[in-house]
Ligand binder design. Structure first.
Ligand SMILES: Nc1ncnc2c1ncn2[C@@H]1O[C@H](COP(=O)(O)OP(=O)(O)OP(=O)(O)O)[C@@H](O)[C@H]1O
Length: 248
């Protein structure tokens, strides 16, 4: 646990689609600056929960506070204090790198001066100054994802939600992506991340594993390995996912 300050508080979260329960009685806390891995097989209910936590959809029931805001009544305030990135929701392919930064900076309420300063800083850090005026569509996937992450935290939010941010990216670029995650966490930004890559689960401070809509395990990677007598997170995950009623 990085810091005692709670930034996400979830109690008895249920989300139902008709008769189907996608999230079943989830309760957990996430702390300031923590890198929290949210794992589960396909269809376990991760995206459903992330959408609720980031104010994009309502829960069926439960008490949920994110960045100190209630997900039922304070969604607009909540959204201003978080960042969100997924493979499906990212940068605009037809806009240039700088236009994307300007667009999102505007949405996040930054002034022109702040946007310019942040853009310069971000492009220098990522070593992408030379593509400032290139369309996003022309860039390699790994660059796009690093940019998308940096844009998602442009406004210095309390929490950033990452839904499979490194899908389809080679291991070297994934490692570089994780350096950005560590840096954000060092600055006090909480990182809530879903991934299918078990090496990435090892990089998290704590990991929760969801099976069929329920959290079946939640602890640090080293405690989970001890608890399940597993040599790595892959083995922990397989042991839990094997109990799933959902088989591909
Ligand atoms: N709007 C919806 N209406 C009905 N069922 C839904 C809806 N959204 C999600 N579901 C169902 O809820 C379950 C959980 O979906 P969710 O997308 O949260 O899973 P996930 O863990 O994010 O999976 P993946 O890793 O494949 O993205 C799935 O069975 C899905 O079909």
């Amino acid at each position: 646990m990085k810091d005692e300050k709670q930034v996400i508080r979830v109690r008895n979260l249920f989300k139902k689609f008709g008769d189907f329960t996608a999230n079943h009685d989830l309760s957990f806390d996430v702390y300031k600056g923590e890198i929290f891995g949210f794992l589960g097989a396909n269809g376990a209910g991760k995206t459903t929960a992330i959408k609720i936590l980031s104010g994009l959809s309502y829960p069926t029931s439960g008490e949920i506070e994110v960045a100190g805001f209630d997900v039922y009544k304070q969604r607009e305030l909540l959204k201003r204090n978080i960042g969100y990135m997924s493979q499906k929701f990212s940068l605009y392919e037809d806009l240039t790198v700088y236009e994307n930064i300007r667009f999102y900076g505007g949405i996040y309420g930054l002034s022109r001066k702040e946007i310019k300063m942040k853009a310069d800083e971000l492009l220098t850090t990522l070593n992408l100054e030379h593509v400032r005026n290139k369309r996003i569509g022309e860039l390699p996937l790994g660059w796009k994802q690093k940019l998308a992450f940096s844009v998602a935290i442009l406004h210095n939010p309390d929490i950033v939600f990452l839904d499979e941010p490194t899908g389809g990216v080679d291991p070297v670029t994934r490692r570089q992506f994780w350096d950005l995650i560590y840096e954000a966490s060092r600055k006090g930004i909480t990182v809530f991340v879903t991934t299918h890559y078990m090496d990435e689960a090892e990089y998290c401070d704590r990991v929760s594993i969801m099976v069929d809509g329920k959290i079946e395990a939640l602890d640090t990677p080293s405690e989970l390995k001890k608890q399940f007598e597993a040599k790595d997170m892959d083995a922990v995950f397989l042991r839990l996912a094997r109990n799933s009623s959902y088989q591909e």
